[in-house]
Design a protein around this ligand. Structure first.
Ligand SMILES: C[S@@+](CC[C@H](N)C(=O)[O-])C[C@H]1O[C@@H](n2cnc3c(N)ncnc32)[C@H](O)[C@@H]1O
Length: 259
């Protein structure tokens, strides 16, 4: 499949003929973590001190590195999506969808139950120069307003834990996939996210949840387990699926059969 998106061509300055679906990363270069790029530019090794030095911010710990690019890298690796229409479900303000759009020629559709999240996502797309390849659709996972077999990729990060009916949402994800296309649903930071930043994130998150009481902490962890995610996929009746741990996160990888 070739990428015939003229705007993407202009953004990337490459011939669309180079943009074959199986060669997204080759075609557009490695998707770089901005922080990692800084390390490399300055000849530094990844690590907390290097990051402080690279960015020149002694209060580095208040600004943890952005995680959507590492997650997008994992999406490309696990899903190998064809170019076309990609959906980020429960997109929030568009972080993952935009990282995916930046590393491809595809059009990303943000789907979220919150109108505010969608308007933030579109504004962020505009700010990033990606408005031409970003769309927003209001809807719930449990009843996706998209045609069956119409999309080349579905991602969903940090959202399934809030769905009213996760198995029903997963059936909908499967329904909208084109035959042979994959979905990655779950939560995490990406396998290249720096360990020190993960630790710091966990520390802050636990402090925040603990402040809401023991039950909140229990409930939070109850659904954020690979076993919970596998149980939702089973309840959805998805024949074949894989739960991939990418500590401290985990993802459900589903491929729609071609038969
Ligand atoms: C924790 S945020 C995650 C946002 C973004 N994916 C990220 O990684 O930062 C969860 C998002 O899921 C959305 N959401 C919750 N339940 C939903 C549902 N049933 N269908 C669609 N979106 C939903 C919320 O509005 C919110 O934007």
């Amino acid at each position: 499949m070739t990428c015939d998106d003229e705007q993407a061509k202009e953004e990337k300055g490459r011939s669309p003929d180079e943009c074959t679906g199986e060669q997204i990363r080759k075609c557009h270069g490695e998707v770089q973590h901005p922080c990692t790029t800084s390390y490399k530019d300055k000849g530094l090794k990844p690590g907390r001190e290097s990051c402080v030095e690279a960015e020149g911010t002694p209060e580095r710990a208040t600004h943890l590195p952005e995680w959507f690019v590492p997650v997008a890298e994992d999406v490309f690796n696990y899903c190998r999506p064809d170019q076309g229409l990609w959906v980020d479900l429960g997109s929030g303000s568009g972080g993952l969808g935009l990282a995916l759009a930046r590393g491809s020629c595809s059009t990303v559709v943000f789907v979220d139950s919150s109108a505010k999240a969608l308007s933030d996502a579109l504004e962020n797309a505009k700010q990033s120069g990606l408005a031409g390849r970003a769309r927003a659709v209001a809807g719930r996972a449990e009843s996706l307003p998209l045609a069956s077999g119409s999309v080349n990729l579905v991602t969903s990060r940090g959202s399934i834990f809030f769905w009213n009916d996760p198995p029903r949402g997963l059936r909908e994800v499967y329904r909208i996939l084109r035959p042979g296309a994959r979905a990655l649903v779950g939560g995490g930071f990406g396998s290249s996210y720096p360990e020190w930043a993960l630790e710091e994130f966990r520390r802050r998150r636990d402090k925040h949840i603990r402040a809401q009481g023991r039950k909140a902490l229990h409930d939070w962890y109850e659904v954020r387990r690979p076993e919970w995610l596998a149980a939702q996929a089973q309840a959805a009746g998805l024949g074949e699926f894989l739960v991939k741990p990418v500590p401290p996160g985990f993802w459900l990888l589903v491929e729609k059969g071609t038969g």
